[in-house]
Each structure stands twice: as structure tokens, then as C-alpha cells.
Design a protein around this ligand. Structure first.
Ligand code: APR
Length: 269
């Protein structure tokens, strides 16, 4: 690992020669290579290239007439538990058939290259873990887990009587996905870890998130106020874009592998 002065010289060479990693600003590469601690926040955009639709994209087919806000709330579940269960069942099957994409894989590489690394996700699809990421901080739960809506206990098997939703084998309460719905509190340990990761890093990446759903949307700002270099990767502008030090307006599955290639080339120089 080169020292800071060497890095400046090497990045200078990258600038002067025909930089093969044109989409990665040299200044960003320099700060990334010098980082001791890196934190990443991901949203639905990271899974878009795996074929999992983002939340604020129009939903398709059967679900086109519903917005997530109408389906992902305790009120919606009380009003129509079957509808909510079936929506999650559809998404669960979609996720089961999806594969991690180059963005997920590049984040595994990133974790392997930094001693202090936090991966915070708003995604409930488990694709980071399937790609090989470790200690993923899941802010909104995981769609592959099911819990009792009465007792909150995780339930891994139940009697399939054809009911939708099925019933808890222990108490008869309705089963629901183990995800955080709108209007529900965030899980405290995950939120604490996410705050620590965001306020104690040299470089923070906000990737594939519209940064509109709080409290996750506040994390890039926390990182910024704590002195981190903040990078956004998103083909579309977000309310945070203007504040990011670097905003790379390309798909995560293109930018992240390039970024990792550039970092490895720089370290090997
Ligand atoms: N690479 C990077 N970003 C992408 C890509 C891509 N290939 N494709 C789409 N995006 C961006 C979109 O431009 C958008 O800004 O991903 C973002 C997805 O935004 P949302 O659908 O709002 O998803 P997210 O920010 O994760 O939503 C937050 O809201 O509905 C709730 O609980 C749900 O966790 C979710 C939360």
C-alpha cells in the first residue's frame, strides 16, 4: 500500500497518461486509495441489474395499481392481510430467481480490501449476502424471513393449509415478512451500527438509493458532517446529489467494477 505522497504521484501519472478508468475521477481514486475506513449504503438500485424492480419505479403487471406505501404498512396488513402477503410472496419468488450482479460482487471485493468496512443496506432481498458480503447491516429486514405478527418471533416453518397469510404454529397469529414497514420503528442495533459506520469512515458511498426514505436517507449527510468524502452512484439525480463530493451518474454494475479495477491497478503500481 503506497503512502499518501506516492499516491499523489501515481494518480498524477493516471491523469497524464490516457486514464483507462475515465469514469472514476482521479481525485476520488486518490481519496479512496488513501482511506482506512469505508462505509457503503445501498438501496434498491443496486439490485435493479439483477432484475429486482426498484420501489419508486412503476410496479408491473398485477401490482401496477398499488404503490409500496399502500402495501408496506401495518395498516395495509390489518386492512387486507391476504393482499400484502401475496405481494410479498410475489417479491420473494422474484428475489429467489434473481442472481447477484457485478455491483454486489464488486462490494464483496471492496470489503476484502479494507480492514474497516461497513455495508449498510435498505434492501430486503439478501443479494449482498448471496454475493458473499459479510456482516451486512440490514436496516429494513429481510424478505426471506417470516415472523409472527402477534409475537414478533421468527417462524421458519408452518402448516401449509392454503391460508394466505398462513398462521403462526405457536399462537395462531397471522404470519408476515420480517421487514420494516413504513410507520414502523427501525431496528435499534442495526441503526446504531449504521450511525457508527457513517460517522467513522473516510469514504462513504451512497449507491442506488433515492435518499428519500428516512432515517436511512440521513446517513450520507451524517457522513458528510463527520468529514468523510461522500460519493453517490446513481444514474438519476437525488435530493442528496448536490451535496455529494462526487456524483457518478452511471449504473452501479458498471461503475463499481471499474472503481475496484482502478483501485487494484493503483495499489499494484
Ligand atoms: N445503479 C444505481 N442506481 C440505480 C440503478 C442502477 N443500475 N437503477 C436505478 N437506480 C436508482 C434510481 O435512480 C433510484 O434513485 O436507484 C434508486 C432506487 O430508489 P428507490 O426505488 O426509492 O429505492 P430505495 O432508495 O432503496 O428506497 C428506500 O423505501 O420503499 C421503501 O423500504 C423501501 O428500502 C426501501 C426504501
Amino acid at each position: 500500500m503506497p503512502g499518501e505522497m506516492e499516491l499523489i504521484v501515481v494518480v498524477g501519472c493516471f491523469k497524464r497518461r490516457n486514464n483507462p478508468y475515465m469514469m472514476i475521477p482521479a481525485e476520488l481514486l486518490q481519496r479512496f486509495a488513501a482511506a482506512k475506513s469505508v462505509t457503503v449504503l445501498t438501496g434498491a438500485g443496486v439490485s435493479a441489474e439483477s432484475g429486482v424492480p426498484t420501489f419508486r419505479d412503476a410496479q408491473t403487471g398485477l401490482w401496477a395499481k398499488f404503490s409500496p406505501e399502500e402495501l408496506a404498512t401495518p395498516r395495509a396488513f390489518r386492512r387486507n392481510p391476504r393482499l400484502v402477503w401475496e405481494w410479498y410472496d410475489w417479491r420473494r419468488k422474484l428475489v429467489a430467481g434473481a442472481k447477484p450482479n457485478p455491483a454486489h460482487l464488486a462490494l464483496v471485493e471492496m470489503q476484502n480490501l479494507f480492514l474497516r468496512f461497513h455495508l449498510i443496506t435498505q434492501n430486503v432481498d439478501g443479494l449482498h449476502q448471496r454475493a458473499g458480503s459479510r456482516n451486512v447491516i440490514e436496516l429494513h429486514g429481510n424478505i426471506t424471513r417470516t415472523k409472527c405478527s402477534e409475537e414478533g418471533t421468527i417462524i421458519s416453518s408452518w402448516n401449509d393449509t392454503g391460508d394466505a397469510p398462513p398462521k403462526c404454529p405457536a399462537c395462531g397469529g397471522l404470519l408476515r415478512p420480517d421487514v420494516v414497514w413504513f410507520e414502523e420503528p427501525m431496528p435499534e442495533p442495526e441503526m446504531r451500527q449504521a450511525m457508527t459506520g457513517s460517522t467513522h469512515c473516510d469514504v462513504f458511498f451512497s449507491i442506488g438509493t433515492s435518499t428519500v426514505v428516512y432515517p436511512a436517507a440521513a446517513l450520507p449527510l451524517e457522513a458528510l458532517q463527520s468529514g468523510a468524502t461522500v460519493v453517490e452512484i446513481n444514474p438519476q439525480p437525488t435530493p442528496f446529489t448536490a451535496q455529494a463530493h462526487f456524483a457518478l451518474a452511471r449504473a452501479a454494475g458498471i461503475v463499481l467494477p471499474e472503481l475496484m479495477k482502478a483501485l487494484k491497478a493503483l495499489r499494484a503500481f
